[in-house]
Write a protein that binds this ligand. Sequence first.
Ligand code: NAP
Ligand code: F7E
Length: 347
Amino acid sequence: MSGPRRRALVTGITGQDGSYLAELLIEKDYEVHGLIRRSSSINTRRIDHLYQDPHASDRRLILHYGDMSDSTRLNRLIDEVRPQEVYNLAAQSHVKVSFEAPEYTGDVDGLGTMRLLDAIHHCDPAIRFYQASTSEMFGNVPPPQSEDSGFRPRSPYGASKVYAYWMTVNYREAYGLFACNGILFNHESPRRGETFVTRKITQAVARILAGKQDAVYLGNLDAKRDWGYAPDYVRAMWLMMQEAEPLDLVFASGETHTVREFAELAFAAVGRNWESHVRVDPAYLRPTEVDALQGDFSKARRLLGWEPSVSFPELVRIMVEADLRAEGLKPEEVMVRPTGGPAVASR
Ligand code: NAP
Ligand code: F7E
């Protein structure tokens, strides 16, 4: 016999990860509450397929207006919703933008996390808390990076997330909260924001094929990242929250590839040469860069049995395929079959 339905609160529910996490939690029979920002245009397109009319009975997705900079709202929300699990995914998550808006990034990503932890501590310390920590915290620590590596952040975003990481640890140690950090390396999908490099490339591939543009302007092609598939990473978040003890764990693919390699594969997927379409514009360079990330997720594999399910070439093809469809093109007609694989990756 199943018990009462579990309740989760997800901040950042309108983002890439928030949308996949909401799907996963609903599938697992949770009542999902999401924090959304008021904006003058609709910002819920990633979760529109989950939306239910407020008058419907037995609602599984309930949205609340609020902002990570507003502690009174966060306190009230925790008190009203009384979730068993809080997933803190809200953030100004763009590293380059964080150099332009360092104070705002620190407020939302750093202090915002503390506000939520404090609301839980004062309202109901039994509430479990997940913090969306990031490989950006490692900065220029050489790869492979694991739970034992130090943090040397290279951006206001990375530094804000280091503060949030340690506040999560501190609320755990000081007040006994079940507060854990998932240290996630880059993860992508067709829902990735259009200004992150992977999606910028795959969207450009589709638009070039559709005749809407001829080139894409990028910054540092030599940067190395450990790229995985976002749905695998939200599964990791949920797994961490089901553990007996709160942990801090790295989740990654274990591989590293350059931005250049990503572009090469994405253009090759439609039979084009990347060099004919990629141009470098220094405007996209960062004042300080994280040169190389490659995660060692052996601890997560050992403790949680977690493994990534999508390889790097598959990820590129999934994203190219989705962007081709969005442009009204048929992937089966324009994508080149990879050696030994199907023409279309479809997921
Ligand atoms: P994302 O697509 O940029 O989503 C960020 C979410 O935060 C959106 O829902 C956004 O709302 C919300 N948000 C931003 N500022 C807010 C504020 N002031 N108050 C309330 N909500 C706010 O990011 P993501 O890729 O899903 O990443 C989720 C989390 O994991 C973030 O904390 C990110 O820093 C972290 N992370 C991401 C990765 C990755 O590779 N994706 C890796 C490690 C860690 P709007 O939709 O209204 O903008
Ligand atoms: O950059 C280089 C850029 O913006 C990846 C966020 O989710 O993952 C993400 O942060 C690399 C960097 O992601 C362009 O310099 C070259 O080296 O896609 P990105 P990110 O900075 O790694 C981490 C784990 C997070 O936590 C963050 O929230 O690509 N690059 N040319 C470019 N990057 C962008 N955005 N645009 C370019 O034109």
